[in-house]
Design a protein around this ligand. Structure first.
Ligand code: PCA
Length: 322
């Protein structure tokens, strides 16, 4: 355990009777205008107000710790709380990619089922990295933004498409596009400097990034529903007194319930906001859907192969309950 963390635990153990509050930092990857960050800010407020010992300060937008470093920072105890986009951990274990597979779970009910059948292994892989899952916040379904109508994959061929995870890189290749990794905060610049021609993300990200300033078309392919994972360092958690642990877990359960409820409202509100701001919204043509679904089958097979028996169990269980 890290020296810094040990000091915190000593404080919590020996000085808790004096109700000494310890300031703890909680880095998140997305800015305060994004609803997952707002859920986390509420979680932090609740934990801070209900425990005498912990005062959590949320640092949104990768400002304190860059997105790519947040997971390691929590697992090594550099910070004790943090939030990440789950699919980014796909290089640690395939389970983290399960909610990024196109056309496996495409509405919120399916996404909840996929989460429930994959939760156990997700938790155990996090624990191998000394992290406990507090709650998972879904994004609205991921759809296609471009500057021309996309009627079939032929219209995508050769376009440079933003990627944000290992799965979006693979998808772009299978669609015949050219992948370009672009951080969340660089989306607008990358479009206006023609570094990218298209992206696949949620209506909420399209709104928070004012996509109408640089994009004209949005095809509602509703391809997958990824999640942010909010985690706590396991050693830190295990050394807290029981009452504090319970407060953290109940605030986390509340955050998760709220996230899954309001994401449904956000999805329709934000799609409407795209339209109100002049983006041409369309449903994908049957040709495009069929082509994309076939890519989804390929990617599901590839994922099952990489994840082994646990992967095929998850897909089987999921398909039984939808
Ligand atoms: N917005 C984030 C992740 C998924 C989403 O809807 C992004 O585009 O990076």
């Amino acid at each position: 355990m890290y020296f810094f963390q040990k000091c915190i635990l000593l404080f919590l153990t020996f000085f808790s009777f004096q109700a000494l509050a310890i300031d703890l930092d909680m880095p998140t990857p997305y800015g305060p205008e994004n609803y997952p960050t707002q859920i986390t800010i509420e979680f932090a407020k609740e934990v801070s107000s209900r425990t005498a010992e912990i005062k959590l300060t949320v640092h949104p937008g990768g400002k304190l710790i860059k997105h790519e470093d947040i997971f390691d920072s929590v697992s090594t105890g550099k910070v004790n709380f943090g939030e990440i986009f789950g699919g980014r951990l796909g290089n640690i274990h395939p389970i983290f990619k399960v909610d990024n597979i196109p056309f496996l779970a495409t509405d919120f009910d399916e996404a909840e089922k996929l989460f429930s059948v994959s939760k156990k292994i997700l938790r155990s892989e996090l624990l191998k990295n000394n992290a406990l899952l507090l709650y998972a916040t879904p994004w609205p379904a991921q759809s296609l933004y471009s500057n021309k109508p996309i009627r079939s994959l032929a219209d995508i061929k050769g376009l440079t498409i933003r990627t944000y995870s290992p799965t979006t890189e693979r998808l772009t290749t299978l669609m015949g596009g050219v992948g370009q990794s672009v951080a969340f905060g660089d989306i607008a610049d990358s479009f206006t400097t023609n570094k990218i021609d298209a992206m696949i993300t949620s209506p909420s990200t399209g709104v928070s990034q004012k996509s109408w300033d640089y994009v004209s078309h949005y095809s509602e392919i509703n391809a997958w529903i990824p999640k942010n994972l909010t985690i706590i360092n396991a050693d830190f958690f295990n050394n807290l007194d029981e009452e504090t642990q319970e407060i953290i877990l109940s605030a986390a359960a509340k955050a998760q319930t709220k996230a899954w409820k309001i994401v449904r409202e956000k999805a329709s509100q934000d799609t409407k906001a795209l339209e109100d701001n002049g983006i041409n919204i369309s449903r994908p043509s049957l040709d495009l859907l069929e082509e994309l679904r076939n890519i989804g089958y390929t990617m599901t097979d590839e994922w099952v192969e990489s994840a082994g028996p646990a992967g095929s169990d998850i897909v089987d269980l999921f398909q039984q309950c939808i």
